[in-house]
Write a protein that binds this ligand. Structure first.
Ligand code: NDP
Length: 350
């Protein structure tokens, strides 16, 4: 069985979901009440791959909301309790979605293996970052040519280059895609220098320096709400893959010739019959999902019950190849320009 640990995109959305699902006490509860609420296993599903394999899974809402990010102890407890619930339900492989994998890593929850009487078995969990990185690279490779961007001549900026997903994207773009130049963006200098040395290429730039030079921008950092982009200075055309969480670039970078795709999102070939993706604000919640969630499904389809994506900066190209091949075999497609551009609203002139 696969599991997905997620959360609502805001406290207001979480209360709406609770109301819809009949959890009246939660729907009316304040943030303090939510802070002490236990995780809930909200839904069980069965999914059949085009190969004919059927798997079963469950969605666990951690009852975390982004408004709790500043409350360290609460955020930590929410993630660990949700993991304990997954393990107690004997789920073999569970993806940590949304902010939960970031909280796990940044708060160093590896030290917190004992939750009451449960010793968490790390082999049962995955961040899903290998599939996310592979999907983002595919979004670059498939969509840049559609805009007339020749990747062999293109500059690609990776914002969040030193992160788990960002560093994997950089390795792939360098080795597999064959782009003209990588522009490496993050805040801390030392990890950037180490990444540049590992890659043997890439120019380290500030965000302000990189954006006007980039034909493609891969965003794999959680960006402050206050970030503003000088759209007039961007290349035309410019492809932006919005891979961070939350996905808020389409409004910040709305300008003619600037094309924003929701990054790290995949679409399954048929409706799954679940409710859970409605909370994640997907355009087609019956078949679209975060690539990290899809990784848990892929691992279950393939019978790989191990923490496939774990720790930081461990993603290699062989693992990306493996999960990418599984993704195609089991009927997942990366979101692309066709889906994003049809309403034409993304192209509004700034
Ligand atoms: P990491 O914490 O490993 O990496 C974050 C990276 O972003 C680092 O390079 C960090 O470097 C950089 N960064 C953070 N803030 C800024 C900033 N203000 N400006 C520039 N760089 C910044 O995270 P992951 O690689 O695990 O995840 C990256 C993003 O992808 C997250 O937003 C995560 O939520 C999202 N994600 C999306 C998924 C999906 O949509 N399917 C699935 C999984 C994750 P430094 O601190 O030096 O700035």
């Amino acid at each position: 069985m696969f599991g997905l640990i997620g959360h609502s995109t805001s406290f207001a959305d979480a209360r709406l979901l609770a109301k819809r699902l009949g959890y009246d006490e939660y729907a009316e509860g304040d943030l303090d009440m939510w802070c002490s609420a236990p995780p809930q296993l909200l839904e069980r599903v069965r999914v059949t791959s085009p190969t004919g394999t059927t798997i079963e899974g469950a969605y666990i809402d951690s009852c975390f909301v982004p408004e709790m990010l500043s409350r360290f102890k609460t955020a930590r407890r929410k993630v660990l309790n949700a993991m304990e619930l997954a393990q107690k339900n004997d789920i073999q492989i569970t993806a940590l979605g949304g902010f939960t994998s970031i909280i796990f890593e940044n708060f160093n929850l590896l030290k917190e293996q004992q939750i009451r009487s449960t010793t968490l078995d790390w082999q049962r969990f995955t961040t899903g970052n290998t599939h996310t990185a592979w999907v983002i690279c595919r979004q670059v490779e498939q969509n840049a040519p559609r805009l007339g961007i020749d990747l062999a001549k293109a500059r690609v900026a990776v914002v969040g280059a030193t992160g788990d997903i960002g560093s994997a994207v950089c390795r792939w773009l360098k080795e597999r895609t064959g782009i003209a130049e990588l522009l490496l963006v993050a805040r801390q200098a030392q990890p950037l220098i180490e990444l540049q040395s590992e890659l043997g290429c890439g120019r380290i730039l500030s965000l302000e320096e990189a954006l006007p030079q980039a034909d493609v921008v891969v965003w794999v950092a959680s960006l402050p709400q206050t970030l503003s982009i000088d759209t007039a200075s961007l290349q035309r055309p410019c492809l932006m893959i919005d891979g961070g969480y939350p996905k808020n670039l389409d409004s910040k970078a709305a300008a003619e010739g600037v094309h924003v795709i929701k990054g790290g999102i995949v679409e399954f070939g048929s409706d799954i019959g679940w409710q859970m993706m409605a909370v994640a604000d997907m355009a087609k919640p019956q078949r679209q999902m975060f690539a990290c969630f899809a990784e848990a499904m892929l691992l279950e389809f393939e019978g790989i019950h191990s923490n496939f994506s774990w720790g930081r900066n461990n993603i290699n190209l062989a693992k990306m190849d493996l999960i990418g091949a599984a993704s195609l075999r089991h009927g997942f497609q990366a979101l692309g320009l066709e889906t994003e551009l049809q309403p034409a609203t993304n192209l509004a002139v700034a």
